[in-house]
Design a protein around this ligand. Structure first.
Ligand SMILES: *[C@@H]1O[C@H](CO)[C@@H](O)[C@H](O)[C@H]1NC(C)=O
Ligand SMILES: *[C@@H]1O[C@H](CO)[C@@H](O)[C@H](O)[C@H]1NC(C)=O
Ligand SMILES: *[C@@H]1O[C@H](CO)[C@@H](O)[C@H](O)[C@H]1NC(C)=O
Length: 506
């Protein structure tokens, strides 16, 4: 707009100036001067124009900033006035849901290092699949995730006699599936458990009175460490229980206040879903349990190329579909059902091998007009029909495997055996792998007439990168020869590549 306005003004000025003969200058000079002036002005305007554009951009950016600030202010006002904490959490939840939802506190921290320790939303089993996000405590210093539950305060088990007569379900603020996913994603998970006891054993007279149930509901009798199958406590592991013959302090039948305090470290059985105690029927007996949060940290590292749906899941893939993964030799195609967890049946379905060749290799060569009768040297070729990848060297006659894998070769041709009266004539030919014979061909004549005899040999071979294949005559009677005239054919190709090995070569 501005530019056009100035242009009109300047055109008018030029028109007026050109019409006069003021300043005593000839009209042409005057016109030239004005033209120069006009061009200068145009340049200045162009500069002004670009400055204007820059200014407009700045204004726009400022406007956006203001809008954002307004929204923030609005939120702040809402927050300060009427919203309940549940509504606030919902707002926070939605705003997080708008951006990518982290699966662990560690990921939340990586995505936004300014986040402070406290309650945060995460979605271990993947965004938009499985269960709803969960609200957990994040320690942003360690990057650990803690799932809160309703039994964090010390609880007295009261008095009762039978094994497990006291039984308390632990209610976590997360579904079992989300906690299983969190454990799967994390390097380590643990949960602390303490039992303050007075005449309240876990085990007495070979009867188990106390146990806890794991994530699958199975009863567990160990109160520290990761050995899931034996009854033990931390003092049993450290060999310093009050009664050295027992595995737990509380199992000692001593009239003193005792405690067993431990940390369960097997992430595959955590979290503790139920606590069971018994043999506290005496009025003097007491048992008080204190259960820590289900806490996980670190992240299972996937280094290199993913080899399974589990690797893909660990990296963060969550859309069902066909994926390529690295198999033991070849790339494989798998179907990943990310609505399931890696431990679920049907999480990964194998589809097949992917026929990937990193170095296309196939050749077809012939011998032209000249015959050949030399022994124990590679037969050279001079007619090249095809040599994709250039692995076949016609002059030396040698094929060099560019990749480790399975190759196919075929050699066929015609031998000329002249007439003879003495003994029949013979030519023996072979394919060799780096000098050692792998397949022989043979032609011989019938006395006394001359003959053209065909030979043919095929070979499917596993070759290491760099190994060489060539054809050579290893026996020839005097006068016999490999016929020329395009009657000898050598063809080969890379059938299947061991792509996993190729990665070290590429
Ligand atoms: C438990 O999670 C819900 C949302 O699923 C949340 O509103 C609530 O505040 C959480 N409770 C605690 C104690 O963190
Ligand atoms: C190969 O051919 C050449 C040329 O005809 C001949 O001189 C030579 O003796 C032949 N060698 C054999 C082993 O027949
Ligand atoms: C052999 O093949 C080449 C290439 O196609 C051709 O130029 C040549 O004439 C052929 N020779 C004979 C004898 O057929």
């Amino acid at each position: 707009m501005m530019t056009r306005y100035f242009n009109i003004v300047f055109c008018a000025v030029i028109f007026l100036a050109a019409g006069s003969v003021a300043n005593g200058l000839p009209l042409e000079d005057r016109f030239e001067q004005l033209t120069n002036n006009f061009n200068e002005m145009k340049q200045m305007l162009a500069i002004k124009d670009s400055r204007l554009e820059a200014l407009e951009l700045k204004v726009q950016q400022h406007e956006e900033k203001v809008t954002r600030l307004e929204l923030a202010l609005l939120n702040e006002q809402r927050i300060n006035s009427k919203l309940s904490s549940a509504e606030l959490i919902e707002i926070r939840r939605k705003s997080i849901a708008r951006s990518a939802m982290p699966r662990t506190c560690r990921e939340a921290h990586l995505a936004d290092p300014t986040l402070t320790s406290g309650m945060h939303w995460i979605d271990p089993d993947g965004q938009a699949v499985g269960d709803d996000p969960i609200y957990v405590y994040c320690d942003m210093n360690s990057g650990s995730t803690s799932v809160v539950h309703d039994t964090e305060m010390p609880l007295d088990v009261g008095h009762c006699a039978e094994p497990g007569c006291y039984s308390k379900v632990i209610n976590y603020n997360a579904t079992i599936r989300q906690m299983a996913a969190l454990a799967q994603l994390s390097n380590e998970c643990h949960q602390s458990i303490q039992y303050d006891c007075y005449y309240a054993p876990f085990e007495f007279d070979n009867i188990a009175y106390a146990w806890w149930n794991d994530i699958n509901g199975n009863a567990k009798y160990f109160w520290s460490g990761g050995n899931t199958n034996v009854h033990t406590c931390q003092c049993g592991i450290d060999n310093n229980c009050v009664d050295a013959t027992l595995e737990c302090n509380c199992d000692a039948t001593a009239p003193v206040q005792l405690v067993d305090s431990g940390v369960i470290t097997d992430k595959n059985v955590l979290p503790i879903t139920r606590l069971n105690f018994g043999r506290t029927q005496l009025t003097s007996s007491t048992g008080v349990h204190t259960l820590g949060r289900f806490q996980c940290s670190g992240q299972v590292a996937v280094t290199g190329i993913p080899e399974s749906c589990e690797d893909l899941w660990n990296i963060g893939h969550s859309l069902n579909g066909l994926y390529s993964v690295m198999g033991s030799k070849m790339v494989e195609s798998v179907y990943c059902d990310f609505t399931k967890l890696p431990s679920d049946a049907g999480f990964q379905q194998w589809i097949g091998f992917e026929d990937i060749i990193s170095s296309p290799t196939y050749f077809y060569v012939q011998r032209g007009s000249v015959f050949f009768n030399q022994t124990n040297i590679p037969i050279p070729f001079d007619v090249e029909k095809l040599n994709v990848g250039g692995a076949m060297n016609l002059q030396t006659g040698k094929f060099t495997a560019p990749r480790t894998g399975t190759y196919f070769f075929s050699l066929s041709g015609l031998m000329y055996l002249p007439a003879t009266s003495s003994s029949r004539l013979i030519v023996d030919i072979c394919l060799t792998k780096s000098g050692s014979r792998i397949a022989n061909g043979h032609s011989s004549s019938t006395i006394p007439s001359s003959a053209y005899e065909t030979f043919s040999l095929q070979s499917t071979l596993q070759l290491q990168v760099g190994e060489q294949i060539w054809a050579e005559i290893f026996y020839v009677s005097a006068g016999a020869q490999l016929h020329g005239n395009n009657y000898t054919h050598f063809t080969g190709w890379l059938l299947q590549e061991d792509i996993s090995l190729s990665l070290n070569v590429i």
